[in-house]
Design a protein around this ligand. Structure first.
Ligand SMILES: *[C@@H]1O[C@H](CO)[C@@H](O)[C@H](O)[C@H]1NC(C)=O
Ligand SMILES: *[C@@H]1O[C@H](CO)[C@@H](O)[C@H](O)[C@H]1NC(C)=O
Ligand SMILES: *[C@@H]1O[C@H](CO)[C@@H](O)[C@H](O)[C@H]1NC(C)=O
Ligand SMILES: *[C@@H]1O[C@H](CO)[C@@H](O)[C@H](O)[C@H]1NC(C)=O
Length: 402
């Protein structure tokens, strides 16, 4: 039984022996060495691991930032060097002075209102080079445009062109290098003698007034030609103290006979005037014309059709309200000698140097209170067939800027 008991607990006995037995000194030393070795191993291992993970993090981070930079720089090209700063300018004024494109989408009412605005301060706070507005009232295209191209050549900045073409045939493709490129204004139907002719003239004036540089305004047709070079015409217009709206009183059926008593009391028969449709005027008068509602509405109501308002509205209105500013003559030569409702047309064989010289020096006229050799600056009516001869003769004869 005792043996059995002993045999059953051999481990307890061994443990008892170990604690109770005196420990051998060499045994203790080897134990300590083992412990120190283990400790050192642990410390070294920990340090190594930390180092490795730190390195790992570091390389990962730099790798990430490297690829990020590479990716971003692949997507977005390097920004170009910043443009030089714009010169210090009166930006607000420059934007205000910029005329809108001729082909805008304003209604007539909006256009006339905008164009009627006028600065109360008369001096311009900037260098203003006055320009001449050449306003072409046509049916179709400007058929003599090649001659006008030659006329305008070399005078950029001194003129502006506007084209009111009432027919759909006026919507032609104009080469981009032409002075007529993009100069067509929103145009409406025009019938011979009808009041919508005046509306078209006011539309042209209003569009031209939107450019503050325009100082003189000439109305021309597709059948008009210049009689002098640009510098002569520019100087003549800019230095004139008067407007050129032909105006005279005429008895008989084609004069006072077109007056209607319904126009009284706004217009009396003594105030009724006649004159050529082809005018030239300064900025002040142009603003008055497009702002007029009173006289225009009388013509609108009582002078449509056989009344030929285009021959009476401006002469009557200008003479009554601004007569002292007017020369009462036109600058556009036309020949009515043959009689009838239409003036003489000039075609190919009519165009000779002698003929053009005659138109230039026909007679003298009053200009700024003195007699002047030049009477007409423009002439009509020239057909498209005359263009060839005009191109050959006129630039040299009139000393265009070749
Ligand atoms: C970033 O990448 C480029 C090439 O892709 C390599 O030459 C460069 O050594 C890398 N830079 C770092 C800090 O890893
Ligand atoms: C002019 O013609 C072009 C096509 O040739 C057309 O797109 C445009 O609307 C026309 N403009 C007018 C004002 O009729
Ligand atoms: C324009 O024509 C006039 C004559 O009418 C002439 O004296 C002048 O020299 C011409 N101007 C130019 C720039 O050719
Ligand atoms: C033109 O006619 C008006 C009105 O009759 C007059 O006041 C003006 O002096 C005339 N102009 C010239 C240059 O004679």
């Amino acid at each position: 039984m005792k043996n059995n008991h002993n045999n059953q607990n051999p481990s307890i006995t061994t443990l008892f022996k170990l604690f109770n037995a005196p420990l051998h000194i060499s045994n203790m030393l080897s134990l300590m060495l083992f412990f120190i070795f283990g400790l050192c191993f642990g410390i070294i291992l920990t340090f190594q691991l930390k180092n490795v993970s730190f390195n790992l993090q570091f390389t990962q981070f730099t790798h990430f930032s490297n690829t990020t930079i590479a990716d971003v720089s692949n997507l977005v090209p390097p920004p170009p060097p910043p443009p030089p700063p714009p010169p210090p300018a009166k930006v607000g004024l420059r934007n205000y002075l910029k005329a809108p494109e001729p082909m805008h989408d304003m209604t007539d009412e909006e256009l006339l209102w905008r164009a009627s605005m006028t600065p109360k301060v008369k001096e311009y706070p900037y260098d203003r080079t006055p320009k001449v507005a050449f306003m072409f009232l046509t049916r179709g295209p400007v058929v003599l445009s090649e001659l006008w191209e030659r006329f305008f050549k070399g005078y950029d900045g001194l003129f502006t062109i506007y084209v009111h073409g009432s027919d759909s045939s006026a919507n032609v493709t104009v080469p981009e290098d032409s002075v007529f490129y993009g100069r067509r204004i929103p145009s409406k139907d025009v019938e011979w003698g009808k009041v919508n002719m005046i509306e078209a003239e006011r539309r042209l004036l209003a569009n031209a007034l939107l450019d503050f540089s325009n100082q003189r305004f000439v109305l021309l047709s597709e059948a008009c030609i210049p009689l002098f070079n640009f510098s002569t015409i520019y100087t003549y217009l800019m230095n004139s103290q008067h407007n050129f709206v032909e105006s005279y009183d005429l008895e008989g059926p084609v004069g006072r006979g077109r007056y209607s008593p319904k126009m009284a009391p706004t217009i009396d028969i003594e105030e009724w005037r006649k004159g050529s449709q082809w005018f030239e005027m300064d900025r002040d008068l142009a603003i008055e014309v497009i702002s007029d509602k009173m006289y225009f509405s009388v013509f609108y109501d009582f002078c449509d059709g056989d009344c030929y308002s285009d021959e009476h509205y401006l002469p009557t209105f200008v003479t009554k309200k601004f007569g002292e500013t007017n020369s009462n003559r036109t600058l556009t030569f036309v020949d009515w000698a043959k009689g009838g409702p239409h003036p003489t047309k000039y075609t190919r064989n009519d165009v000779t140097p002698e003929f053009l010289e005659k138109l230039r020096n026909d007679r003298s006229c009053e200009y700024n209170g003195k007699q002047n050799q030049i009477c007409h600056l423009f002439a009509r009516k020239f057909t498209p067939h005359a263009l060839d001869r005009l191109l050959r003769i006129a630039p040299k004869l009139m000393q265009f800027n070749l």
